[in-house]
Design a protein around this ligand. Sequence first.
Ligand code: APR
Length: 241
Amino acid sequence: MDKDRKRKPRLVVSTGAGISAESGIRTFRDADGLWENFPVMDVASADGFARNPELVHQFYNERRRALRDAQPNDAHKILRELEKDYDVYIITQNVDDLHERAGSSNILHLHGELMKIRSLSNPDYIEEVTEETMATTPATRGRNGDLMRPHIVFFQEAVPNIEPAIELAQSADIFVVIGTSLVVYPAAALLNYVRPGTPIYYIDPNPADVGGVAGVTVIREPATQGMRTLVSMLRGGEAGK
Ligand code: APR
């Protein structure tokens, strides 16, 4: 039997804050941006954490509390349902766990994970954040007594998962970009790594200009509606089957 005939097309998806907007989580560059009048470089940079770890822990605990009240929306759920027909891999700039809670199988976080903290002295020691952890600020300590930091890629820090993300983009039969302003690199460059001729779909109600990239179909809709439009396009045999 030709096993290739049984191979599901690989659908690689790059998501940004916009996919979580309809779950009530504000995006970074909206007018009332996520930074809640904290200067970005005070709460999301390596220098900021070195200067005032208590402030940074407080900022991330506030984001964790907001995330606890949020639920995955239909865009997250449709991505999970596409696993029936596609080999779906999600590369996300988001640090929320909504893709996980929607049940997606393959998720690669480029900018870290909000619900995790890691040891300052041993980066391989990572803990899930609990109610108790959230309550103990300023400098959260792990169960092993280590001083901890958010398991987040701060500005000024390298993006350790960018290599596997590039490999995923290069392996895509179909590449989908959802809800990102494409201003933060290296994540924004991923769509340049897809193989020539790979169909690209960009779902965003206010999309960035991707004129320079061949083969992009822009779906100028919010993520939940845009995912339904994408599914009907894919079902229409428009791509990748
Ligand atoms: N559905 C889809 N997209 C939406 C929706 C929605 N309902 N609402 C807003 N958007 C789009 C906006 O038009 C914008 O293009 O989501 C995008 C959000 O862009 P940003 O706020 O810049 O978020 P993102 O691109 O994920 O930021 C990248 O920047 O601040 C850093 O590390 C942070 O991961 C983040 C990175």
